[in-house]
Design a protein around this ligand. Sequence first.
Ligand code: GLN
Ligand code: ZN
Length: 760
Amino acid sequence: MVSTHNLGFPRMGAGRELKFALESYWRDASSLDELKRVGADLRRRHWAAQQGLGWVPVGDFSFYDQVLDMSFTLGNLPERVRGYGGDALDNCFRVARGRSAKSSEQHGAAVTAAEMTKWFNTNYHYIVPEFEAGTTFALDASRLLEQLQEARAQGVAAKPVILGPLTYLALGKARDGSDKLALLPRLLDIYQALLQELARAGATWVQVDEPVLVTELEDTWRDAFRTAYAALAAPGVKLLLATYFGTLAENRELVASLPVAGVHVDAINGRDDVQPLADALRSSQVLSLGVIDGRNVWKADLAAILDWVEPIARQLGDRLWLAPSCSLLHVPVDLAGEQKMDPEVRSWLAFALQKLDELKLLARALNEGRAAVSDALSANRSALAARRASPRVTNPNVQAAVRRINVSLGQRKSPYAERARKQAAVLGLPLYPTTTIGSFPQTDTIRQARREHRAGRLDDAGYEQAMKAAIADCVREQEKLGLDVLVHGEAERNDMVEYFGEQLQGYVFSQSGWVQSYGSRGVKPPILFGDVSRPRAMTVSWITYAQSLTRKPMKGMLTGPVTMLNWSFVRDDQPRAATCRQLALAIRAEVLDLEQAGVHVIQIDEPALREGLPLRRSQWQAYLDWAVECFRIAANGVRDETQVHTHMCYSEFNDIIESIAGMDADVITMETSRSDMELLDAFDDFSYPNGIGPGVYDIHSPNIPSEAHMVHLMQEAARRIPATQLWVNPDCGLKTRRWEEVEPALASMVAAARTLRASA
Ligand code: GLN
Ligand code: ZN
């Protein structure tokens, strides 16, 4: 009998109950007991929803982050939160966000929040564990033991889930630069004790997540895997070593050699691993195949999966388990809530609960024969066939346009130096020109107008008028401040991807398709289901209106194709690069319309360019090649006189700076100020050819930067980059800030630019 299991379930609740409970507790509007009750209730409901699977995950629930939970289990808390008494959960919030609820702060002041970073190639952010050479660990198994007991009391076949020791070490940061692997022996003592506790509490299987195995590992780390799993091969509990998000490739033999009771692999992203592992595993070992995509929202092709899994099921029998490819944390909970979604597209989708149904169906088909589930299989077959055949998915014009793409489409007419001369003549900007990244504060007035418009209480004309008023205010403020290149402020945009997605053909939007991003925060990625086209101009009327209010140059603001792709759920029936090229053509059309309408400066944001990088470095270049190509297609059709800007943020760019230069934007503005201009190190060995604005104002902080500080940062920049190439601007958009903060900060920024000019 083939059996099934799940690796993890979304925690927030279909109605985002956990988000609201957390935020209410942090505001001091409800008690810790109430928060804990919401948590217990969600766990109970989620286990109930997973009943019927062979094994159900326990310990995947978290009030903030599963990596942080593991730090607590291992007793690895930063020194700065150790003095606090009270509830462990308050301390968890202190590490995660610098503070807990006010009423819990017996010891006063807030602490520095821990660093947060992206969980592999997902948009989920985890709290980075901190290490030092002297770090010691101490087991606190209480959270896992309590939840295990809860699940068993509910009659669930409970399988505790923990993060494995090597991935835990790999994801952490040695604050003193010491060798993290030196901590492994100490850490293994704690893991051994933890596994013993779980065995004693009745666990049969424990899922140990080691996704770091899908990345390139140094030999010392590969050896450490052998040492670690030899030490953890204690009897009493069976380990399922789980990897996901990619292929094991060169780590496959290592994995097959480890003394664990079972291995889970991602058969969506690592199909090549499957047959070799099925052949290599010992006859006592289980192979778990992640056959349902845990990272996307499409119905699976059940017949196609059965075609390739049936022979493996015959080979392995009881030793085969089926699962989603990874934790379902990365998809929304339930499609049933999407009553307003286009019914045709909805019939092609599966969210977490629907994916578990697919899993159960597959297991029945394997165990009882396809005939036992023939109705369900044929319903699946028709849904897929309808999707393939739908005229909504394919647009021959778009496909023909993509086929016509050639290098010249991404090629500016003249080299940068010549363009820069022509642009200078048109724009007449001073040395150290000042600008902003696009958005200005989303005031209550703006939000209210949008709410009213959505609810149908404000008509289109009234909404347009409200947005124009906000734009006019924003332009007036920028003139007063003395900025050189102005923006319209993006009042009309709720979100930089959603705004464009709503106007493009090929996209649909969910109402409650939330996915956790970090802590209580979620995103609702749009769903890109078909060939992308642009029925009409999307931004031209707003920008030309803004330009009509000023003689200064007004930037046209667009979201780039790579960011549109990386921040959406995208179709799985063609390569991502192909979808990105379609997006590039749609954005290109908008760029050309803006130029035609007399806009001389056009910014195409690509904040998500870096996060699309594959997990293995050896695959980086292939991604960067098509990503840069797509940006160039979108941007580079313009005349020499038109100045193209781009913007990037959220991460380090030093290791991909040459590809960024390859985008050939006339000006790039980048996030730098939080890292004290670490970015500039990249220019010690590489001379960036075009205009660049290293952000001097950290917009993520409510602090107002001083003129002197910004002058200093720009002088640091000018030591590596000729002053004639430099721009002065904030790190990112200002939409999350208040006008009271933005005004003095930008006034200082403009003053800083004047000081720099005077001394140049
Ligand atoms: N133009 C966008 C803004 O200013 C850019 C946002 C981003 O980089 N994430 O808000
Ligand atoms: Zn940004």
